[in-house]
Write a protein that binds this ligand. Structure first.
Ligand SMILES: Nc1ncnc2c1ncn2[C@@H]1O[C@H](COP(=O)(O)OP(=O)(O)OP(=O)(O)O)[C@@H](O)[C@H]1O
Ligand SMILES: [Mg+2]
Length: 304
């Protein structure tokens, strides 16, 4: 077993003249959950496809489970479970038939697949859907089936592109619990997500990507402490610019995202005093989280 499960070294990818991934390096160790965060279009799916050997890099070196990719991607793929960003199930087949067909990619016999179907369906809470046509499943059920399908070959490494997008809160919590138990069993996971809570709960380390380049890397807690390190007050209901001007002297930093003003306040009481007596405002004071880190790194700080 190789020491590092994914080694991305100076990887570059362009489409036409546009750099999509620019000189990106990172490693993922065995048993680690590594998160890729970044705005829409940052290059996350492109990176995951390069891990799978589906897209060749223009430059740089990729090693996955000890083999060079894309050159020997087939070998690596036998030990990888994949959740693509968009489900690619066969809608005309039943749930069971989808799993049987997928098992064939891994040269699994019908008997071998039949043996794991109950645990896969249990993983996704689809126990009573085995004989339903996939076209008749809800969007969230399809997503759960895609997640279950990724485990069919008992993979060592899971490559998951937005695994819980489209799931309701119950299903999302269920999948978090399931992924955590996979990690407890020593599996390695690389995932992309737009859910900061998901990244904070699951990831040992994460990398924030913007325009194909790494802008931060570390464990969630350390990133939150380094980048924010103070209480946050969210304000909505007023004019963000007017309020921003009022409280600016009492805060470290202000971000405006849509109609919400995020104030980073070493002494929150000073801010709250300024806002006392104002009607129509909704205030929320809370500890900093990964969403604040994301906004700080990729957002637009209010400067004026
Ligand atoms: N086949 C392609 N040809 C040209 N450009 C592409 C191609 N695939 C992706 N891109 C571009 O590469 C950039 C990164 O796309 P990618 O899908 O990797 O982003 P992402 O971070 O996964 O975004 P999202 O969060 O929306 O899923 C985008 O600007 C996209 O338009
Ligand atoms: Mg994507």
């Amino acid at each position: 077993m190789s020491r590092v499960h994914i080694d991305f070294a100076g990887v570059t990818k362009s489409y036409k003249d546009r750099i999509i991934v620019g000189g990106l390096s990172f490693t993922v160790g065995p048993g680690e959950c590594f998160g890729l965060l970044g705005p829409n279009g940052a290059g996350k799916s492109t990176i995951t496809r390069m891990v799978l050997g589906m897209i060749p890099p223009d430059a740089g070196k990729i090693t996955v489970l000890g083999v060079p990719v894309p050159a020997r991607a087939r070998l690596a793929r036998a030990r990888i479970g994949v959740v693509p960003q968009f489900d690619n199930l066969d809608l005309e087949l039943t749930v069971r038939e989808n799993l049987l067909a997928f098992g064939r990619y891994f040269s699994m016999s019908t008997r071998e697949v039949e043996a794991v179907i109950p645990s896969l369906l249990q993983f996704a809470r689809l126990e009573n859907k085995a004989d339903a046509r996939v076209a008749e499943l809800s969007g969230g059920m399809k997503r759960r089936l895609t997640l279950a399908r990724s485990l069919i070959n008992d993979p060592q490494l899971l490559v998951m592109d937005e695994p819980t997008t489209g799931l309701d809160p119950h299903a999302r919590h269920l999948i978090w619990e399931r992924l955590r138990s996979l990690l407890a069993r020593g599996k390695t996971i690389i995932l992309t997500t737009h859910f900061m809570e998901e990244a904070e709960r699951l990831c040992d380390r994460l990398c924030v990507i913007e325009a194909g380049r790494k802008i931060a890397e570390g464990c969630p807690r350390a990133l939150i402490d380094e980048q924010i390190g103070c209480q946050v007050i969210e304000i909505y209901g007023g004019n963000p610019h007017e309020l921003g001007a009022l409280i600016r002297p009492y805060v470290q930093r202000i971000e405006v995202s849509g109609e919400t003003l995020f104030c980073y306040a070493p002494d929150p009481e000073q801010v709250l005093v300024q806002l006392r007596g104002r009607t129509g405002l909704r205030l929320l004071q809370r500890p900093p989280n990964l969403e604040d880190v994301f906004l700080r790194l990729t957002g637009r700080e209010m400067k004026d």
